[in-house]
Design a protein around this ligand. Structure first.
Ligand code: GCW
Length: 719
């Protein structure tokens, strides 16, 4: 070949690879051609043009998505129009005469539900995707595409579905300088400095992805809020984002700084009972609605970790929340008031404080306030019991807060599928209204008859090309949306569909990878915090193990506060012999954990201080069990590596290698966690790591000496 030709071929190859590189940007919305010829033929024979009945921005994005999806998946050139032909996919609300006229029934579907069914319209066999509103139609369109992506036949049609929770919201802890608190996927998506002029394609794809899993709200700024977000300069930008999200059924919310009346309103106080302050908020909120007429409302972190709040003025959480709620009510806005509070001055077990502060106010919040409660009473640990407020505030709608970003779950480097964690909490029985009053039934309102319901997920999304940093972290975004829609679905079903759409439908890939995902959370618990240990991570940045930390500004930030290791044993007694945190739960729940001998072992050191020689159910002593679990965790990561290596021929090179390399980092981090924790706890147990285990390659002093200066996701942001 001539030199020129070689160069051309090389260039062409480069272009080809670049154009088809699978970098994860498309998430689970890949729409590649269905490789199964039979399936493809079957679909093609039953799917014709897309007919959109009615006009609205939401209907038009639904139509466009179908066209995009069908041309990719089936390779049929599509355009949207209003003409109905044989095998048309007909989308529109029930109000469209052609759809309503088929006698199809949507009454039970509510505002967001959808129905997909085959019907004849004017003698033509059609597939109808409908609902009571455009949003329902949009959700149905995505659902239908997902069925094709998973190569499902049409046996499940007709299908109807509506969400169990009303507000399905992402919380971005994104700062205005684009750093992300506890974000491990690069910078914030929001390019504030370029808004409103420049609309990044990412905003649109973000909205599509959310709509595809039913997420209908987003709080775009950090709960550690900057008051500037509420100034006109930024509201103009906020409006631009809200305009992008609207057609996708997503409402925009903001985090509000409680001291904003002082900081940007030049008032002397932010006292919620001060008439001037109340008036300021009323006007501010009216102003927000003048930019964003469907603004969702405000999220507030008050009197928590240094954030200002009503208590600065000797007022209560209810005073603070109600002031904002009153100003939002005329616009149908809501307040999401966080219950994540704890105080160093109160000498009470930190896990009891949120309940102590909020329970007395049950019944005192206005009806457009939701109290947003983290899944557990501490702080998004690898495993926590459910938060005792669930079931304890029957007169207040409680909103669940999960953390999708993996602050305590291996951050950006570890493969941890979070659906099992979320399900464990949602399925936990509070017994508050008798047996079967699960946390899920508390938040969906069925247990205590609330009509305003919601759930929040702290986002794991950033500007990394693949959105979430770790290719498998996308699954947590996906699973969150799917569980928010229907908490009855299983972790396994959700993993199954995510794998099929994100990677491959090949059963020899789906099966093993699904198993790896399903066990990944327990694996992390094993090598990080087995048997109920918690909060033993690095100071500040929370990266890696640091069970020895005892010098942080407040007692309850220090790992030693939580594990209470001493010469006798390990663990935090929270039963009636200890802090009695258990008293905050229903008697049936207390009974499960109160006695050391029946306490489920995964919560043992959460609720009990246990002797080193205590006999575990395995027959091992506590010390030997700890060693066993930590070593088991590392072995399980190694098994994940082996499993993944076997998928090489089934995954594109880019994502295969990305996951392979991250699993290798995870293995090193797991070994680090294991060695550091066991060497440290051995100084109390005075027992060796059994000799049949490979011994740590470094000393405890070495692990203690490790310092990490610029770990991602760590404060220093200026908000
Ligand atoms: O988990 C802790 C985090 C803080 C976070 C806080 C909260 C936004 O370490 O970074 O601040 O919780 O939830 O308010």
């Amino acid at each position: 070949m001539k030199k020129k030709t070689v160069a051309f071929v090389l260039l062409a190859c480069l272009f080809f690879t670049a154009a088809f590189a699978e970098d994860g940007y498309r998430l689970w919305l890949r729409y590649d051609r269905i490789p199964n010829g039979q399936m493809l033929a079957a679909y093609r024979s039953r799917i014709g043009s897309v007919a959109v009945l009615g006009q609205s921005p939401t209907l038009s994005v639904a139509g466009d998505e179908l066209v995009k999806g069908l041309s990719g998946l089936l390779g049929i050139r599509q355009t949207t129009g209003a003409t109905i032909g044989e095998h048309s996919i007909v989308i529109g609300t029930i109000a469209a005469p052609a759809i309503g006229g088929t006698g199809i029934e949507t009454r039970g579907l509510g505002e967001e539900g959808f129905l997909i069914a085959f019907r004849k319209i004017a003698g033509k066999q059609c597939l109808i995707i409908t609902g009571n509103t455009d949003k329902g139609v949009l959700y149905g369109s995505f659902y239908f595409l997902q069925q094709l992506q998973q190569q499902k036949n049409f046996a499940s049609i007709p299908v109807a579905s509506s969400p169990k929770l009303q507000l399905r919201v992402l919380n971005h802890w994104d700062n205005m300088n684009r750093s992300v608190e506890r974000g491990y996927a690069g910078f914030s998506l929001w390019k504030w400095h370029l808004l409103p002029g420049y609309i990044d394609q990412r905003y649109i794809d973000y909205a599509r992805a959310n709509a595809s899993i039913g997420i209908n709200g987003t709080v775009v700024n950090n709960v550690n809020a900057n008051a500037l977000m509420l100034t006109k300069e930024y509201l103009v930008k906020v409006k631009a984002l809200a305009d992008v999200f609207r057609p996708y059924g997503i409402r925009l919310y903001l985090s509000a700084k409680f001291s904003a009346p002082i900081e940007i309103g030049r008032l002397k106080t932010a006292d919620p009972l001060d008439p001037e302050v109340r008036d300021w908020w009323k006007k501010k909120i009216d102003e927000i609605y003048s930019y964003v007429p469907d603004f969702g409302g405000l999220l507030v972190k008050a009197n928590s970790e240094g954030q200002p709040g009503p208590q600065n003025y000797r007022r209560t959480h209810a005073d603070g929340a109600n002031m904002l709620a009153e100003a939002l009510a005329p616009h149908n806005g809501i307040v999401m008031w966080r219950a994540f509070v704890y105080s160093n001055e109160v000498p009470v077990d930190r896990t009891k404080q949120s309940y102590n502060e909020f329970k007395p106010f049950d019944g005192q919040f206005r009806n457009n306030v939701l109290v947003q409660v983290k899944n557990g009473p501490l702080d998004f640990q690898p495993r926590e019991p459910f938060h005792p407020l669930f079931g304890a505030m029957p007169k207040t709608p409680l909103m669940m807060e999960f953390q999708l970003t993996q602050e305590y779950l291996g951050q950006g480097t570890q493969l941890v599928y979070e659906a099992p964690l979320m399900k464990e909490v949602l399925d936990a029985d509070t017994y508050a209204y008798g047996k079967g009053s699960t946390v899920a039934r508390v938040i969906d309102g069925s247990a205590d008859r609330h009509t305003l319901t919601g759930i929040a997920g702290v986002s794991n999304i950033g500007d990394d090309r693949n959105w979430c940093g770790h290719p498998f972290a996308q699954a947590n975004w996906y699973a969150y949306g799917k569980l928010a829609w229907d908490h009855n679905r299983s972790s396994e079903q959700i993993a199954d569909e995510w794998i099929r759409m994100t990677f491959s439908n090949d059963p020899s890939f789906v099966g093993p990878v699904k198993q790896m995902m399903l066990s990944s959370r327990e694996t992390m618990v094993h090598y990080m915090t087995p048997v109920g240990l918690h909060h033993i991570m690095g100071d500040g940045h929370h990266y890696g193990p640091s069970p020895w930390s005892d010098k942080l500004g407040r007692a309850d930030w220090n790992p030693v506060y939580y594990h209470k290791a001493d010469s006798l044993g390990l663990g935090f007694a929270r039963n009636s012999k200890g802090t009695n945190a258990l008293e905050q739960y229903a008697p049936e729940v207390r009974k499960i954990y109160e006695d050391l001998s029946d306490c489920p072992e995964e919560y043992l050191l959460w609720f009990h201080h246990v002797g080193w020689n205590y006999r575990m159910r395995s027959g091992r002593t506590l010390w030997n069990e700890l060693c066993f679990r930590y070593y088991q965790g590392v072995e399980e990561v190694r098994a994940m590596q082996q499993l993944w290596n076997q998928t090489k021929s089934q995954v594109d090179e880019e994502r295969f290698n990305h996951v392979r390399m991250l699993l290798s980092v995870q293995e090193k981090e797991a070994v680090w966690w294991r060695n550091a924790c066991l060497l440290y706890f051995a100084t109390f147990s005075k027992k060796p790591i059994p000799t049949d285990y490979a011994q740590p390659e470094h000393t405890l002093d070495y692990y203690k000496s490790l310092r990490f200066q610029f770990v991602p996701g760590n404060g220093n942001n200026g908000n």
